[in-house]
Design a protein around this ligand. Structure first.
Ligand SMILES: [Zn+2]
Length: 573
């Protein structure tokens, strides 16, 4: 929301005076000392000790300075030279779909039809009582022609309905039983904004579904009951804490999802189990802008605390390059019959939606992947600036997989945040054989241009898009600084000139993320007065080659002054 920083600062000032129960020289709850603490502050990036009291950082400096803060009840952690960083902020995640994915078969590491089928077959055998066999994570590049078929899934699950989401969530794969259950036949019409892929000769559905057609199946899958969802959420939170994540920005709940998911999140908040700070956005789609703006505005009035907050809407400008649904300035290279893709909005309607949401004081996230989608998103943020004046709106664009060079400077000019996910640039088989092939070498050469956006003065934030890819920050960080897969390929990195420095990558995972949610004065760096969110790592990333990132473990995660994850190798105090 506009002017939120000022309001927040005023509120904190008031709270600081009214609820501080202990004087400034009272003993700390937790002291970490003898480490290499990278604060993410430009003035004084390195210190050796941190003290925490009542959930806030009360001291940052040399080890000697902590002496006056140590009392009989102070917990002391000797860091032994280990690296301390601010807690990670995943600026683009899908918390509840990530949580629900924890009891589905995960196909993300399988690169051939046989490997995918073997994993599904084993999962089905291990879950004989499941009515549906559900999974996610398949890659277009694993299937000849780029899309799977029902026969391939029937071969793994012949006896029950089975449905597998693609890793990007934009396509689905059903077996014959699932298609029959959903009543999808050759006579079923394509829904608006989606397509049932059909055999070119017989017209029969092949089993692959694109975009909104996935809902034809997904609406038939019983959603787990609230108690199950709550259990999965707690598992997700502890997984994220173990990866050093203390904040996330949740990229878009549809109104029906909110009805199911918000009570689960509110319960975690109420029971003190929300160990990751969450900023949430509400999806808005063409023709349904006003209800989404109203809902996001109402939710922002209820939830504006440090753990759970609303205040944003998200629109999908286009789809994805792999499925030829991303909006491109020129036709697709592999098969020009796909034309230039299909944006979900008419430009005028998109501009009007962003202007309206912005006028209501909401931040706007726009998913845009193709170069035309990115340009439409920039144009829409510019329309808000022209209509409503220059304010601290911090509009965002999510993904930005390829871009016209003319648009690099516009991020800085318009104050638009580039929200990108390093592992989406993972140079694997899917990237080479599907992504790059679909748009051709010229446009692929501007793939995931983190460094070019930085150089043009734009502000980047990093995230995972979990469960699209793993939420493991170390995997993302490694790709961000090397542009290599976890197996070290290709040897020099893919478009290595777009890799970012370690320090910049860490900023995009910490203080820049806090900026993206209007909270940079409260968190995102290790500074006196800020909320105490930090991590201790097993390796000193600044003193080792990039390969060390992949073996780095998070030893300790502190959120709001609470230890929310502790690895056994960190000696107990
Ligand atoms: Zn996403």
């Amino acid at each position: 929301m506009k002017d939120r920083t000022a309001v927040l600062a005023a509120v904190c000032l008031i709270l600081g005076f009214s609820v501080a129960v202990r004087p400034a020289d009272a003993p700390a709850d937790l002291v970490l000392t003898g480490g290499r603490v990278w604060t993410a502050e430009t003035a004084g990036p390195w210190v050796e000790a941190v003290a925490i009291r009542d959930g806030r950082i009360v001291y940052v400096g040399d080890a000697a300075g902590t002496a006056r803060l140590r009392g009989p009840k102070t917990q002391l952690i000797a860091l032994d030279g280990r690296l301390v960083l601010p807690g990670f902020d995943d600026a683009h995640i899908h918390m509840m779909s990530g949580a629900l994915s924890l009891d589905r078969v995960d196909l993300i590491e399988d690169q051939t039809v046989e490997a995918v089928q073997a994993r599904i077959r084993a999962f089905a055998a291990a879950h004989p009582a499941s009515g549906w066999i559900l999974g996610r994570g398949w890659l277009y590049g694993s299937f000849p022609g780029g899309l799977p078929t029902k026969a391939q899934l029937d071969a793994a699950v012949p006896d029950r309905p089975a449905y597998m989401q693609c890793y990007d969530g934009h396509s689905g794969w059903a077996n014959s039983k699932a298609l029959a259950l959903a009543g999808i036949t050759k006579d079923t019409k394509d829904p608006v904004g989606g397509s049932i892929v059909r055999d070119p000769v017989t017209g029969e559905p092949t089993g692959a579904l694109k975009e909104s057609a996935t809902a034809l199946i997904e609406s038939k899958i019983l959603r787990p009951i609230a108690e199950t969802r709550y259990g999965l959420l707690l598992r997700a939170l502890s997984q994220l804490n173990a990866q050093g994540i203390t904040s996330v920005q949740d990229a878009g709940y549809s109104p029906p999802e909110l009805d199911a998911d918000l009570p689960v999140l509110e319960r975690a908040l109420r029971e003190g189990k929300l160990t990751v700070r969450m900023t949430l956005s509400v999806q808005m789609s063409p023709g349904r802008v006003d209800p989404s703006v109203a809902r996001a505005t109402a939710l922002a009035k209820v939830h504006h605390g440090p753990l759970l907050r609303f205040g944003a809407v998200k629109g999908f400008v286009d789809g994805v390059i792999e499925a030829h649904t991303a909006a491109m300035l020129e036709p697709y290279s592999d098969d020009p019959s796909f034309g230039t893709g299909k944006p979900n909005w008419e430009p005028a309607a998109l501009n009007a939606a962003v202007v309206a949401a912005d006028r209501a004081g909401l931040q706007v996230y726009l998913h845009a992947i193709g170069d035309r989608g990115v340009r439409m998103a920039l144009d829409a943020h510019e329309a808000a600036l022209r209509a409503n004046g220059r304010t601290d709106r911090r509009g965002r664009i999510e993904h930005i997989e390829t871009i016209s060079p003319a648009d690099y400077p516009r991020f800085k000019e318009l104050g638009v945040i580039a929200s990108m996910q390093p592992l989406h640039a993972n140079p694997d088989q899917n990237n080479a054989e599907v992504w790059s092939r679909n748009i051709g070498p010229e446009r692929a050469s501007r793939g995931f241009s983190w460094r070019s956006i930085e150089k043009a003065g734009g502000r980047l934030v990093f995230g995972s898009d979990w469960p699209v890819v793993t939420s493991d920050v170390m995997r993302g960080l490694y790709c961000a600084v090397t542009r290599k897969t976890k197996d070290g390929t290709p040897p020099g990195g893919w478009l290595p000139e777009q890799a970012v420095s370690l320090e910049n990558a860490l900023r995009h995972y910490t203080i820049d993320g806090a900026y993206a949610s209007f909270e940079e004065s409260e968190k995102g760096s290790i500074a006196t007065g800020k909320r105490a969110d930090l991590v201790v790592l097993s390796e000193d990333l600044f003193r080792q080659p990039p390969d060390a990132i992949l073996k780095t473990r998070v030893l300790l995660t502190v959120m709001d002054g609470r230890v929310v994850h502790r690895a056994p190798e960190l000696p107990a105090p």
